[in-house]
Design a binder for this molecule. Structure first.
Ligand SMILES: Cc1cc2nc3c(=O)[nH]c(=O)nc-3n(C[C@H](O)[C@H](O)[C@H](O)COP(=O)(O)OP(=O)(O)OC[C@H]3O[C@@H](n4cnc5c(N)ncnc54)[C@H](O)[C@@H]3O)c2cc1C
Length: 831
């Protein structure tokens, strides 16, 4: 057996097979795939094989689209038929809300070149007369997908991998990982059959590998323990049943009727497809339990759980309603298997936290659909440094060390149950909340805060009167919360507002090597002591890895503020880069101080007046003046008895300060500010209003405009890139050029809706030229606003474009950068 390879892929399910195949196809000649049992013996063998293109996420839509196209090519390459039945996919809607969801999705589909068609109930009935349609509003139809045989497609990928030189070894279990500093030593045990069980033998080998990828499916918890990391991938039970042949279906097909597409009655929470004259029903029911939270028992091989028919009774009855001929049809078979989930339902794909050359591909709930694309994009990340799409939404480090087994299990059950809920863009999921709360949480709740969760933190989205039901306020259009956000945004533009920004990620970086390190790590000039800069850390390929507000506290001491959702991700990148460079630059200390510092952002023309009421200073009248506290500077101030590191920046683009304070004094500071603000009409403001306001200033956000698929120059931020110095990713950034450019648009959209930042952009003649990455409402211009990427020649002020919203294209105009207060006069106002 070969004992030294460039890349070792652990796990021979659909995902592992695809990764091995794509690594070889991307040019790595020395790849090995290890499987503890037989290929496909994990969840892959019992999957129903559906390949739904439908997905609300941009990255995942790309991944699914790649798979569907790729699987069609496998037979020609390998000679193996993967059993792809391209019957199409019909997603039915019982309500207008559901149609709205499909229309929002359709815009994302257009940005990813996924073909779709609309169907009326009459058209459905015409084509598939067995389907009851009188209570439907319509359907979206994907003609290019369908279902595949999961084992066959895995075998085809494994064969393709072998043909490209990959070694596939079965019955070898990975039992330990050790990093030597330059490669992994992977201890593998030969597994043998004993009385129907698979048990470890005495035979062991150690394989050294430069890179390891784990794709261990339901065994992710064991993998996590071996690696000493957390992986929130825990399976949930998922059942499907197979019926006896349905005489009506058999007759219909005998008379030349076309095979039914995979049918989805999303409002009834199930999919149905034909299977040998009968039907497969796959429900996503309530109360499906998480399993194997602490590992898969040795006795569980290619096994199943007992069917729980009671749990899926509601979905079963609704199938009978939708396809009345199924009423008389008996059950033939059932499958209840483990299906891996993660708290947000997205798999975990990318570098493992804290480890070198260790890649995770875990937590797949649509793993047959996602396998192809995951292999393709992960291979790009490993071989080229980054994928061509931004994989951040799948990054394993989106959960921090606060995540626990109990949290993952309960959230994964929720993610399963939510597969068919209405995917409102303003949705907030309820399970395991509140969990991470800042001290002012109770006070904010008492004042009507409607919270959202960011990286587990509770953060006010907006404030509403007592008794307000956030759940009922959700919509694909302007939800019930919209008016409250408008009032909050206006308060900041016209008066003063207070935003809780405690969730921000905060790092202190200090030590003799720090200045040189940060100068290399980020692309903008470092600020002088007491000053602030906005800057970016780049990836190896020159795209944006992280955005930082960087405050220079001392010659060699810096305070870095970055997005709240990305604490573990930012900490990991910083630590790895600093460890790499400490030898060259000197000692660099990195402290994650996120949970030690609370943050309130006070903003608006009257913000200085409020602060003046409570600031303790020999001369309170001038303490906040432009002379003593200029824009883009930081000062240690005292507000009442609270020491505050105040930073003169405002993400809303209004006169304002961020007040970073010791978290244990947060309630004191909150009360103090609230009292002082009363006479100035200060309003508590949530994240939704802030998100709109920052778009009026063209402030890019990480995860939307800023990501690993665009350079800071493509984000049109040359003023924050110091080309006179050398920095990580510079040459790659320059070599990339400008493929697309970020711009801000004002939109004459529908009266009852704003864009969400997923919409496709067009020229007047219907040519697609880009997409929105953010969207919302502008109180300054009293119309919809958005930011996005377009062909570079079109990112010019005054350019007329069209935005797809719902069923038509709406007028949009590219504005100048920062359409509100382009000269930053209000921000710099003296007083
Ligand atoms: C009833 C049911 C229906 C489903 N239907 C669909 C569907 O229609 N469409 C769809 O896209 N998805 C479907 N799924 C989900 C799909 O089955 C999974 O997402 C997919 O199979 C995951 O593939 P994987 O390669 O990640 O994991 P697995 O197939 O579980 O493979 C992981 C492999 O890793 C091996 N392994 C683990 N640890 C080690 C180790 N230490 N050393 C060596 N080998 C190891 C395991 O033996 C296993 O073979 C369904 C799931 C269920 C339960």
């Amino acid at each position: 057996m070969k004992t030294h390879v460039k890349a070792l892929v652990v796990g021979g399910g659909a995902v592992g097979a695809s990764i091995a195949y794509h690594l070889a196809r991307a040019g790595w000649s020395d790849v090995m795939l290890l499987e503890r049992d037989e290929l496909t013996s994990g969840s892959t063998w019992h999957a129903a094989g559906l390949l739904p293109l439908f997905n609300m996420s941009y990255a995942t839509t790309h991944i699914h689209k790649y798979s569907v196209d790729f699987y069609k090519t496998l037979e020609e390459e390998t000679g193996l038929n993967a059993g792809f039945s391209v019957v199409g996919n019909l997603r039915m809607a019982q309500t207008q809300d559901r149609m709205d969801e499909y229309m929002l999705y359709a815009s994302t589909a257009e940005t990813c070149d996924v073909p779709y068609e609309w169907m009326t109930p009459a058209q459905i009935k015409d084509r598939w007369p067995l389907v009851r349609t009188e209570d439907l509003k319509g359907a979206i139809y994907h003609p290019t997908d369908g279902y595949i045989n999961p084992a066959d497609v895995t075998m085809a990928m494994a064969k393709g991998a072998r043909q490209r030189g990959v070694i596939v070894e079965r019955k070898w279990q990975v039992d330990g990982y050790e990093w030597t500093g330059s490669e992994w030593k992977v201890t593998c045990t030969k597994m043998v059959e004993k009385g129907g069980n698979l048990v470890p033998s005495e035979e062991q080998v150690v394989i050294t590998a430069e890179h390891v990828v784990t794709a261990t499916g339901n065994h992710a918890q064991r993998t996590a323990r071996m690696l000493g990391i957390k992986i929130p991938a825990i399976p949930v039970e998922h059942q499907f049943i197979v019926t006896e042949p349905d005489p009506a279906l058999v007759e219909y097909r005998k008379n030349g009727g076309a095979e039914h597409p995979v049918l989805r009655d999303a409002d009834a929470k199930w999919y149905v497809r034909e299977e040998r004259g009968g039907w497969i029903l796959g429900p996503y029911e309530r109360n499906a339990p998480a399993r194997f939270a602490y590992g898969v028992p040795d006795s569980f091989r290619a096994d199943l759980f007992p069917l729980d028919l009671e749990r899926i009774e509601e979905e079963y009855m609704s199938m009978i309603h939708r396809i009345p001929s199924t009423e008389e049809v008996g059950l033939k078979d059932d499958f209840n298997g483990p299906i891996c989930y993660t708290p947000d339902g997205n798999p975990l794909v990318g570098p493992a936290p804290g480890l070198r050359n260790m890649w995770l591909a875990e937590g797949f709930s649509f793993g047959i659909t996602a396998a192809g694309g995951t292999g393709y994009y992960l291979a790009q990340m490993m071989v080229e440094g980054e994928a061509e799409i931004d994989m951040a939404s799948l990054d394993p480090k989106r959960y921090g060390s606060w995540m626990t087994t109990e949290y993952a299990a309960r959230k994964n059950e929720e993610a399963y149950e939510h597969v068919f809920i209405l995917h409102h863009p303003d949705e907030e999921r309820e399970a395991c909340r509140p969990l991470r709360t800042s001290p002012a949480y109770d006070r904010q709740a008492a004042r009507g805060a409607q919270f959202g969760a960011v990286n587990g933190w509770e953060r006010p989205n907006y404030y509403a009167p007592e008794g307000f039901d956030d759940h009922a306020a959700r919509s694909f259009r302007r939800g019930g919360w919209w008016q409250h956000a408008v009032e909050e945004a206006r308060a900041i533009r016209d008066g003063v507002g207070l935003i809780d920004a405690t969730a921000f990620t905060k790092h202190v970086v200090k030590g003799p090597g720090t200045t040189q390190f940060l100068d290399w790590f980020t692309c903008n000039k470092l600020p002088k002591v007491g000053r602030i800069n906005l800057t970016y850390a780049l990836t190896d390929v020159g795209t944006t890895r992280t955005e930082y507000t960087i405050v220079r506290l001392g010659e060699d001491e810096y305070y870095l503020v970055s997005a709240g959702a990305w604490t573990a991700y930012d900490a990991d990148c910083l630590r790895k880069a600093a460890a790499d460079k400490a030898g060259e630059f000197g000692y660099i200390e990195i402290q994650d101080v996120t949970t030690q510092w609370g943050v309130f952002a006070i903003a608006g023309p009257k913000s200085r007046d409020v602060l003046k009421e409570v600031i303790k200073d020999a001369n309170p009248d001038t303490a906040l003046s432009n002379k003593r506290f200029p824009w883009l500077s930081a000062r240690q101030i005292e507000l009442g008895m609270c020491p505050v590191n105040a930073i003169r920046v405002a993400y809303t683009g209004e006169l304002g300060w961020e007040l970073h304070h010791p978290i244990e004094m947060q309630n004191y500071l909150f009360d103090l500010l609230e009292q002082a603000g009363e006479k100035h009409g200060m309003k508590l403001v949530g994240a939704r209003a802030q998100n709109w306001l920052r778009q009026e200033k063209s402030y890019r956000a990480f995860g939307t405009e800023l990501g690993r698929d665009a350079t800071p120059l493509e984000a049109d931020l040359p003023r924050f890139v110091d080309l006179s110095k050398d920095f990580h990713g510079k040459a790659a950034m320059e070599a990339t050029g400008i493929r697309a450019k970020c711009c801000t648009l004002l939109i004459d959209g529908p009266e009852d809706a704003d864009p969400w930042g997923r919409e496709a952009l067009y020229l007047e003649d219907g040519t697609r030229i880009g997409r929105l990455t953010s969207g919302g409402y502008s109180v300054a211009f009293e119309k919809s606003i958005g930011m996005g990427y377009v062909r570079p020649d079109l990112a010019v002020e005054g350019q007329k474009l069209k935005v797809r919203m719902f069923d038509r294209l709406w007028d949009a105009t590219v504005t100048c950068d920062s359409p509100y207060d382009p000269k930053n006069e209000t921000i710099r106002k003296d007083g």
